[in-house]
Design a protein around this ligand. Structure first.
Ligand code: CU
Length: 398
């Protein structure tokens, strides 16, 4: 579904003075940039010739600096008062066919909840507004190979992401380097600098990440950064979504030597904890679309090994699970405020099968202070992968 800019709902007096307002940048620049140049440049840099030129499918929804094209992707983005840099449309162009497919309709960071181990403070940073806290980037150091947008507050880059493939046949070896289209921004929250980074790889993988940087807020007090991502996948169209959970178990009677796995549908709005012992992960499928092998198109959310978990008390019920599934509603965009657990209220028994759905994924970075965090912290990334599973007929890079 297409997100609108809704004000953050508040259910009680908030610490922030006023609800953050949209600081969407002016649109004058759009007219000045040549869409043709935007299309041609990433292709020239990639060195990979698709069957036909990459289509800017997202250009139906945005243009100028709000349209980002490269690494087989075309995206629209905007700056929102609360979530900061948001992806509003993401289309993948299949290299073999030149065919554009919608993947995402809306992708945001929906909360960065930072409770300190001594009980207070407990920050809900997205509720205070990431948009107005975005900082100007330095063209030489921050964005040397890209373009600065939004008055210098967003960097758009086409990055070399290292080896994407290597294989040998009868002693002849071939390798390929991958590309990624990246949009990122820097946000000042107290002494911290958050780096909000959206990476779209040429093989269809999406890698959202939050960088923790800046200086320590309270010296030697440990805390967790609970980062919530909100993803509205719309593969092809918003309808016919189904979400399933992966489970791998040892086969009975084989002394642990054999195993089997399956995908089980989630039958209603729900939350689920991560589970390392069963390789738990989740996918969203479009039941009406199948690839050439007869498998339903899907994207899977793959937890990162260090994602951790944090459970506190019922007032912070949004900490009960790492993965949440809700029906898509444009006014259900945030996880929490200083006074309210919003995410739990979205679980109200709505049917999910075949509907337009939203996935929420939470990562928990435990920040045990180390000497090397002084005077300025080395950047630490908190990110995960959303990968195509049977969305293509084969490796799209071949
Ligand atoms: Cu920290």
């Amino acid at each position: 579904m297409f997100a609108q800019d809704h004000p953050l709902p508040r259910t009680g007096p908030a610490k922030a003075s006023e609800p953050a307002r949209s600081v969407r940048p002016g649109r004058g620049l759009r007219r000045l940039l040549l869409p043709a140049l935007l299309l041609a440049l990433p292709l020239a840099l990639s060195g990979i010739a698709p069957a036909r030129p990459v289509q800017a499918a997202a250009n139906q929804f945005c243009s100028g600096e709000y349209l980002a094209v490269g690494a087989n992707w075309s995206l629209c983005w905007e700056i929102r008062a609360n979530e900061g840099l948001a992806i509003t449309h993401a289309f993948y162009t299949v290299p073999q066919t030149g065919f554009d497919r919608r993947v995402l309709s809306d992708a945001t960071v929906a909360q960065i909840f930072v409770p300190y181990e001594v009980g207070q403070p407990r920050y809900h940073d997205v509720a205070y507004g990431l948009g107005p806290a975005m900082q100007r980037l330095n063209p030489q150091v921050d964005c040397p190979h890209g373009q600065l947008l939004a008055g210098g507050k967003v960097c758009r880059e086409l990055e070399d992401r290292g080896l994407s493939q290597r294989y040998c046949l009868e002693g002849n070896c071939s390798a390929r380097r991958g590309k990624a289209l990246v949009l990122w921004s820097s946000i000042q929250t107290g002494a911290y600098n958050y780096l909000l980074r959206w990476e779209f790889r040429d093989d269809g993988t999406i890698h959202p990440a939050l960088g923790l940087a800046g200086a320590l807020q309270f010296g030697n007090v440990a805390h967790t950064h609970n980062v919530y991502w909100r993803l509205d996948f719309d593969m092809g169209d918003p309808e016919n979504d189904r979400v399933e959970e992966f489970v791998r178990l040892p086969k009975a009677g084989t002394n642990g030597l054999q195993g089997a796995s399956t995908w089980k549908p989630l039958l209603g709005e729900t939350f689920r904890p991560t589970e390392l012992f069963t390789f738990r992960k989740w996918r969203i499928t479009d039941t009406a679309q199948k690839n050439a092998l007869g498998k339903p198109w899907s994207y899977e959310v793959v937890p990162s090994p260090g994602d951790g978990s944090l459970r506190t008390n019922p007032n912070e019920g949004f900490l009960r699970g790492e993965f949440w599934l809700t029906r898509a509603h444009s006014n259900e965009r945030f996880v929490s405020t200083d006074n309210a657990d919003l995410l739990s209220t979205y679980l109200n028994g709505e049917a999910v099968d075949g509907q337009d759905l939203v996935l929420w994924y939470a990562q928990h970075a435990y920040h045990e202070i180390r000497s090397e965090d002084q005077p300025y912290m080395p950047v630490e990334w908190v990110g995960f992968e959303a990968r195509p599973r049977d969305y293509f007929d084969q490796n799209p890079m071949n």
